[in-house]
Design a protein around this ligand. Structure first.
Ligand code: F3S
Length: 406
């Protein structure tokens, strides 16, 4: 692989052995994947920062890497609990200490501990920017909606890239690889286009059908709300290795497609049956058996949270149920300024949670087993990682149900 003078110096240890190690690992990875050189990145987003997912081995590695600082703007995914309300949530002290150590190490490295999986809502990312992002929904959003360029990185490769400001030049960093490989039409009419669970179910189904490559969605009547399109991306990322899709009239990369690129491509369609199949796959919990109703995978935006609160903040949730709403700290600060009292809402059973993702939380220790959610991604991972019983339900029905049972 070609390295410029600066990169050679890093590799030779002029900037310390941690950076040398990071660059060496990226070069090895790049060579294995056919990269001819490294490219500069303007931003990194790291996943896998929860103690649940990285454990002692990951913590040990982080202690070593934290002797150095990142050299580009770097954000990170959610952790295992809300940093303010961890005790109220029931997180054990020993877990708390481990997770806080991880967060402090990241801070020491200069990582902005945003602890949110929607960096595209807060970070300044533009079309054509080379970035190194982990977290599948964010990668799909960045490539497909913003037109930034990133491969689907793992937490470690994104962190190594952040340390040296470089990533291997292959895959979705190359314009010629950002072309459609299959044409998709979504044949669904007369459904609510603003329903997260439907968007996530279609994405989930698309991921199952396509698996890899770049689907070109030519009929995108239901993909109009750029705020809620994240549920579609999260669904796709759950069931496939896809890092990018092209949506007609939305994706910046559409303008680079030539007619000849579409010649001979397979065509598939998704219909109502595919969505129903996903709902049927996650249908184990009724409202009377549920411990937690969970909304916010990916993290809720300010408008979504305000909409949900308008619906349920005056409702007294039954004692046996808690409503978990995950979002970023940035959004929580805004709703507090708007006059919402987070503690008061907690007392009512409405837990506004930032910094965290239930999937990487110590859920068993929090005694959460039966969950209703509007996200196919959450349903899939809650079952897979925590053996929880799950039901995928529309947000609309969840909110209606909450009003009616109270
Ligand atoms: Fe975010 Fe966790 Fe869902 S990281 S996308 S809330 S699985």
């Amino acid at each position: 692989m070609y390295l410029n003078k600066y990169e050679e110096l890093i590799l030779n240890g002029e900037y310390g052995y941690i950076k040398a190690k990071a660059l060496k690992a990226l070069v090895k990875m790049g060579e294995a994947l056919g990269a001819n050189k490294l490219i500069r990145i303007s931003h990194a987003h790291i996943s896998g920062i929860s103690y649940t997912t990285i454990g002692e081995v990951g913590l040990e590695l982080l202690r070593e890497l934290a002797l150095e600082k990142v050299c580009v703007n770097t954000t990170c995914n959610p952790a295992g609990f809300d940093l303010t309300h961890w005790r109220r949530l029931g997180v054990p002290e020993e877990y708390y200490k481990k997770q806080i150590e991880i967060i402090n190490l990241l801070r020491k490295m200069g990582v902005k501990t945003t602890l949110s999986c929607t960096p595209y809502l807060t970070e300044n990312i533009s079309k054509g920017d080379h970035i190194s992002w982990a977290e599948s929904n964010a990668v799909l959003y960045a490539n497909s909606i913003t037109g930034a360029m990133t491969n689907r990185e793992g937490g470690l490769s994104a962190l190594l890239a952040a340390l040296v400001g470089r990533t291997p030049n292959y895959g979705l960093h190359l314009q010629e690889n950002r072309k459609p490989t299959v044409i998709v039409s979504i044949e669904i009419n007369n459904i609510e286009v603003d329903e997260p669970s439907i968007l996530s179910a279609i994405g989930y189904s698309l991921g199952l059908k396509v698996g890899y490559g770049i689907p070109y969605i030519v009929n995108s009547k239901i993909l109009t709300n750029l705020e809620l399109i994240k549920y579609f991306m999260a669904g796709i990322g759950t069931t496939s290795a896809l890092g990018m899709i092209i949506i007609s009239h939305i994706s910046p990369d559409e303008r680079n497609i030539k007619q000849s690129d579409l010649k001979g491509l397979d065509r598939i369609s998704l219909g109502m049956d595919d969505i129903i199949e996903v709902y049927e796959c996650f249908n184990e919990v009724s409202i009377d058996k549920c411990d937690v109703i969970y909304l916010g995978c990916p993290h809720l935006s300010l408008d979504e949270l305000l909409y949900i609160l308008k619906f349920i903040s005056s409702v007294k949730i039954p004692n046996n149920i808690k409503v978990w709403l995950t979002t970023s700290r940035n959004v929580v600060n805004k709703i507090v300024k708007l006059g919402y009292n987070v503690i008061e809402l907690w007392r009512k059973g409405i837990l506004i949670l930032c910094d965290m993702c239930p999937i990487v939380a110590p859920l068993e220790k929090l005694k959460v087993k039966n969950i209703i959610t509007d996200s196919a991604k959450a349903a899939y991972y809650l079952r897979k990682m925590h053996k929880a019983k799950v039901t995928l339900m529309s947000r609309h029905n969840i909110l209606k149900l909450l009003k009616n049972i109270c």
